[in-house]
Design a protein around this ligand. Structure first.
Ligand code: NAP
Length: 484
C-alpha cells in the first residue's frame, strides 16, 4: 500500500479565518502549511484596528473559537487589544508560529495546472497543492476623495490605520462616518477633546447596550475550573445567536420588537427634538450592520460636541467647509469611513485555470459557492469569502465550519482521490439563485445603503441560518465539483 501524499498548503492571512484554518488542518494531521501574513502580527482586523474606543459589540463568550475558549474575558464586550491578545495567544498555544511568515504580503498567486505558485512582495515563492485565502472582508480602508483634503495642514487618520503618536486630547477633532467605528471613536475621543464635531451623512440606528460592563472575575474563575460549564455557556450563546439570525432573516414580531428597541434607544437618550430628528434614519433599524453603543448619544450631547448633518463641501487648510458655506475650524480629521468590503484577495494578482484573473472572474462582483469555492480557481478555497454571514452568524464558528469543509477536500486529495477540485459554474449559479431568493425577506433588503451591497447591487451576506450553513458544509458534494 502506498503512503498517502502530503499536501502543501498556503494559507493567506493570519486573522480569525486564517488561524481557524491552520488549527483545523493541524488537528487533522495536515502539517505542511505556511501562513503568509502581510501585517507585522497576527489578528487581522484586530491587528490593524487600534483606534480609541475599539470594542467588539459581539459578546466575548461568542466571539471566540469553539476549540479555544477563553473563560476570563475582562468584559462582556471585550476591548480590541484583548481580542488581539487572545488571537496571538491561540497562535502560540496551538504552536502555529513556526508556520507563520509575517510581513509577507502575497502579491501574486497563479494556478499551475496541478497546484499553485504563490509569490510574496519580497520575492519569495511558495509552491502549494492548495491555497486557502483567508484575507478578510473589512481590510482595505476606504477614504473618500474630498476636495481640498491635500491642503489640510492638521492631522488626518483613518480609524483602521490609527497612529498613537498623534495626540487627540485638547484638540478640535472632526470625525467623518457613523458606522460602528465612528460611533465608538466619537464616544472615546469626546471626553478629552477640546471640541469634537461629528459629520454624519446618514444617521444610523444605535441600539443601547452596556458596552462597558465587566465580566465578573468569579465567572472567569468558574468557567476556567469547569470546562463543561464553559462549553454549555458557549452552546447557550450559540442558541441565543440563532434568535439574532432569525430577526434579521425573517420578518416577525421578534424583528419588530428589536426595531422598536432601537427607536426607543434614540427617544430615551436624545430629548432635544431637533437633534433627535437629525439623528433619525430614514430606513428600518437592522437594515445596515446594527450599531450598538451605550455612550454615543451622551457624547454627542456633551458641551464640547457638535453634530453636523450638513454635507461636506470641501476640506480647507484649517478645517472643513459644509455646503451651507459654514467653516468648521479643525486640528485633526478622523475618517471612520469604513472599508472597501468586497475586495477580498485583491489587489493580489490571482490567476486561475486558463489564465483567468480574479478581476475578470468577478467582473460582476465577488461570488463563491457557499462562501468558499470559485469556478475557474481549482484547489483554492476562501474562508469568510463572498456571502459570508458577517451580519448574522458568529464569525469564528462560520470560519471553523468552512475550514473543516476545506480540510475534508484536502484529506481526499491526500488519499489520492483526485489531483484538482473545482466547483462547477452551474453549482455556483444555483447557490447564487438560492441566496437571491432567500435575501427577499431579510431586513437587509428593506431599503438602505450599506457596505453589505456590492457595486453591482447584490447583498454580500448569507441569508440562511446556522443549521443550513452547517449542513451545506458538512460534507463535500461531488455533484457540484469537477474532480480531475
Ligand atoms: P461603515 O459601517 O461602512 O460606515 C462608514 C461611514 O462612513 C458611514 O456612516 C458612511 O456614510 C460614512 N461615509 C463614507 N464616505 C463618506 C463621505 N464621503 N462623506 C461622509 N460620510 C461618509 O464603516 P465602519 O463604521 O468602519 O464599520 C464597518 C464594519 O466594521 C461594521 O459594520 C462592523 O461590521 C465592523 N465593525 C465592528 C465593530 C465591532 O464592534 N464588532 C466595530 C467597528 C466596526 P453613509 O452611510 O452615508 O454612506
Amino acid at each position: 500500500m502506498t503512503a498517502p501524499r502530503e499536501p502543501r498548503i498556503v494559507i493567506i492571512g493570519a486573522g480569525v479565518s486564517g488561524i481557524a484554518s491552520a488549527i483545523t488542518l493541524r488537528r487533522n494531521g495536515l502539517n505542511d502549511f505556511v501562513i503568509l501574513e502581510k501585517g507585522s502580527d497576527v489578528g487581522g482586523v484586530w491587528h490593524w484596528n487600534r483606534y480609541p474606543g475599539l470594542t467588539c459589540d459581539v459578546p466575548s463568550q461568542l466571539y471566540q473559537f469553539g476549540f479555544a475558549p477563553k473563560p476570563d474575558w475582562s468584559h462582556i464586550f471585550a476591548p480590541g487589544p484583548e481580542i488581539q491578545g487572545y488571537l496571538a495567544d491561540v497562535v502560540d498555544r496551538f504552536e502555529l508560529r513556526s508556520h507563520l511568515r509575517l510581513n509577507a504580503e502575497v502579491v501574486a498567486a497563479e494556478f499551475t495546472g496541478s497546484g499553485w505558485r504563490v509569490e510574496t512582495g519580497d520575492g519569495a515563492v511558495y509552491e502549494a497543492d492548495f491555497v486557502i485565502a483567508a484575507t478578510g472582508v473589512l481590510h482595505h480602508p476606504a477614504t473618500p476623495d474630498i476636495p481640498g483634503l491635500g491642503e489640510f495642514t492638521g492631522d488626518v487618520l483613518h480609524t483602521a490605520r490609527w497612529d498613537d503618536a498623534v495626540p487627540t486630547a485638547g484638540r478640535r477633532i472632526a470625525v467623518i462616518g457613523t458606522g460602528s467605528t465612528g460611533v465608538q471613536v466619537v464616544s472615546a475621543l469626546q471626553p478629552k477633546a477640546d471640541r469634537i464635531t461629528h459629520f454624519v451623512r446618514s444617521p444610523q440606528w444605535v441600539i443601547w447596550a452596556p458596552m462597558w460592563m465587566p465580566q465578573p472575575a468569579l465567572v472567569g474563575a468558574v468557567l476556567d475550573r469547569l470546562p463543561q460549564v464553559n462549553q454549555t455557556l458557549y452552546q447557550v450563546g450559540m442558541a441565543g445567536a440563532k434568535l439574532f439570525t432569525d430577526v434579521v432573516t425573517r420578518p416577525s414580531w421578534r424583528r419588530r420588537a428589536v426595531q422598536e428597541f432601537a427607536r426607543l434607544s434614540l427617544r430615551a437618550q436624545v430629548r432635544d427634538p431637533d437633534m433627535r430628528e437629525q439623528l433619525t434614519p430614514d430606513y428600518q433599524p437592522l437594515c445596515k450592520r446594527q450599531v450598538l453603543s451605550g455612550s454615543y448619544y451622551r457624547a454627542l450631547r456633551a458641551r464640547n460636541a457638535e453634530l453636523v448633518t450638513m454635507g461636506i463641501d470641501a476640506v480647507t487648510a484649517t478645517g472643513i467647509r459644509t455646503v451651507d458655506g459654514r467653516h468648521h475650524e479643525i486640528d485633526m480629521i478622523v475618517f471612520a469611513t469604513g472599508f472597501q468590503a468586497h475586495n477580498y484577495m485583491r489587489p493580489m494578482n490571482l490567476v486561475g485555470r486558463e489564465g483567468i484573473s480574479i478581476d475578470d472572474a468577478w467582473a460582476k462582483g465577488p461570488r463563491a459557492y457557499w462562501m468558499t469555492a470559485i469556478p475557474g480557481f481549482p484547489n483554492l478555497f476562501t474562508v469568510l469569502g463572498p456571502n459570508s454571514p458577517t451580519g448574522s452568524i458568529p464569525l469564528h464558528h462560520a470560519a471553523e465550519v468552512t475550514a473543516k469543509y476545506i480540510t475534508a477536500w484536502i484529506q481526499r486529495w491526500r488519499a489520492g482521490e483526485f489531483d484538482t477540485v473545482e466547483v462547477t459554474e452551474s453549482a455556483t449559479e444555483r447557490f447564487e439563485a438560492e441566496v437571491g431568493e432567500a435575501l427577499g425577506p431579510t431586513v437587509w433588503s428593506t431599503g438602505c445603503n450599506s457596505w453589505y451591497f456590492t457595486e453591482g447591487g447584490n447583498i454580500d451576506l448569507l441569508p440562511f441560518n446556522r443549521r443550513t450553513m452547517e449542513s451545506a458544509l458538512a460534507t463535500p458534494d461531488d455533484r457540484d465539483f469537477r474532480l480531475r
